[in-house]
Design a protein around this ligand. Structure first.
Ligand SMILES: [Fe+2]
Ligand SMILES: [Fe+2]
Length: 317
C-alpha cells in the first residue's frame, strides 16, 4: 500500500520520516482530527502489512512509539468521556441491551431504500479500509487469552477466515463486492479519500488490538460488531440488489446475515461471558469497548448521512 498524503504537521512529519531510512525523529502535536487519525493509522499499519518502500525496522523504532503513545493518549482521553454503564452485572445481557439501543441515524435503512448507486460505492469505499483486513485486529487477542474465551474467539475467527478456504474468507468475499461496483480491490487503496471518522473506526480496533491491557475492550468491540451485524447486513444486501447487484456482488452481505446470527451468541455469551468469569476485573473494559465502537460507528454514520442529505460526497476530494 502506498503511503497516503499528509493531513497536517504530524502526519506530514511521520510520512516524510517513513519514506527514509530509520533515524531519530520527533514531532509536535496533531493539528486536527484528520492529522491525529491519519498519523495513528499510518503508525498502526506498520504492525499489519506495512507501507510500500518503508523499512520494516521502523515498526519498533522508539521515537515512533513515543509519538504513537502521545497520539493514543489524546484518542483515549476522548474515548474515556463516553458514558459507560457503571455497574457491571451480567455482561452478556448488558451487551445485548447496548446493541439493541438505536442510537444514531439509520444508515442501513437509507442504504436499503434510498441510496443511489454512487452512494453505495462510497459506502463500500469507506468500509473497504476494514473489510479488506476483516478480523485481523481481533486476531491479536488470541495469544492473550486462554480456555473458553479463547476457544469462542477462535470459533468466530475461523468463519471470518473462511475455514481456511481463500475464496470464503470474508476479506476475499468483499473484493467481489468491490469488483462488482468497479472499485479498486487493492488493500488500502482508499485510505487517502476516507475522512478521519472512517480512520478513527479503524484506529479504535488497532488501539485495542495492539495493547494487551485493552484485551477486554477488544472482545467487547468484537461482540458489539457481531451483535449489530445481522439486520444492517440484510439491509445492505437488499440495497445492493435494488441497485442491480447480482448474487456474487451481495454474497459478502448475505453471508454476514447467516454467520453473524451465530457469531453474536458466541461472542456475547461464550467469549465475553467466559472472559469476564476468568478476568472479572476487566468486565468494565468489555462494556467500554462495546460503548466506544457503537458510538464511533454512529458518529461515522451521522457524518456520511449528513453529507448525502446535503447532496455532497462523503469522501474527501
Ligand atoms: Fe465477517
Ligand atoms: Fe462475524
Amino acid at each position: 500500500m502506498k503511503l497516503p498524503s499528509p493531513r497536517g504537521p504530524v502526519s506530514d512529519a511521520v510520512i516524510s520520516a517513513l519514506a527514509q531510512a530509520p533515524h531519530p525523529f520527533s514531532a509536535g502535536d496533531a493539528a486536527s482530527d484528520d492529522d491525529l487519525h491519519l498519523s495513528l493509522f499510518v503508525l498502526y499499519e506498520l504492525h499489519y502489512r506495512g507501507w510500500d518502500g518503508v523499512d520494516d525496522t521502523w515498526e519498533w523504532h522508539p521515537d515512533l512509539l513515543a509519538l504513537r503513545a502521545r497520539l493514543e493518549a489524546s484518542f483515549e482521553a476522548e474515548l474515556r468521556r463516553l458514558p459507560v454503564p457503571e455497574t457491571v452485572g451480567d455482561v452478556p445481557h448488558t451487551l445485548v441491551a447496548m446493541a439493541s439501543e438505536t442510537g444514531g441515524p439509520s444508515l442501513s435503512g437509507y442504504v436499503r431504500g434510498r441510496a443511489t448507486y454512487e452512494q453505495f460505492r462510497e459506502f463500500a469505499t469507506h468500509r473497504s479500509v476494514y473489510h479488506l483486513r476483516e478480523a485481523d485486529p481481533h486476531t491479536f487477542a488470541i495469544p492473550r487469552l486462554g480456555g473458553a474465551a479463547k476457544a469462542a474467539l477462535i470459533e468466530v475467527q475461523i468463519d471470518e477466515y473462511g475455514g481456511g478456504v481463500t475464496r470464503r474468507m470474508h476479506q476475499e468475499m468483499f473484493k467481489d463486492t468491490m469488483s462488482a461496483l468497479g472499485l479498486d480491490t487493492t488493500y488500502g487503496a482508499y485510505v487517502d479519500v476516507v475522512p478521519w471518522q472512517t480512520l478513527a473506526n479503524n484506529n479504535l480496533m488497532s488501539l485495542f488490538g495492539l495493547h494487551r491491557r485493552w484485551r477486554g475492550a477488544l472482545l467487547g468491540h468484537l461482540a458489539a460488531y457481531e451483535m449489530t451485524s445481522t439486520g444492517p447486513n440484510r439491509a445492505y444486501a437488499n440495497g445492493l440488489r435494488r441497485l442491480g447487484g447480482d448474487e456474487k456482488a451481495t454474497r459478502f452481505y448475505d453471508e454476514h446475515v447467516e454467520a453473524d446470527a451465530v457469531h453474536e451468541q458466541i461472542a456475547a455469551f461464550d467469549m465475553c461471558g467466559s472472559f469476564c468469569r476468568a478476568e472479572p476485573a476487566l468486565a468494565g473494559d468489555v462494556l467500554f469497548g462495546a460503548r466506544c465502537v457503537l458510538t464511533l460507528e454512529d458518529r461515522w454514520a451521522e457524518y456520511v448521512l449528513s453529507r448525502w442529505e446535503a447532496g455532497e460526497s462523503s469522501l474527501r476530494d
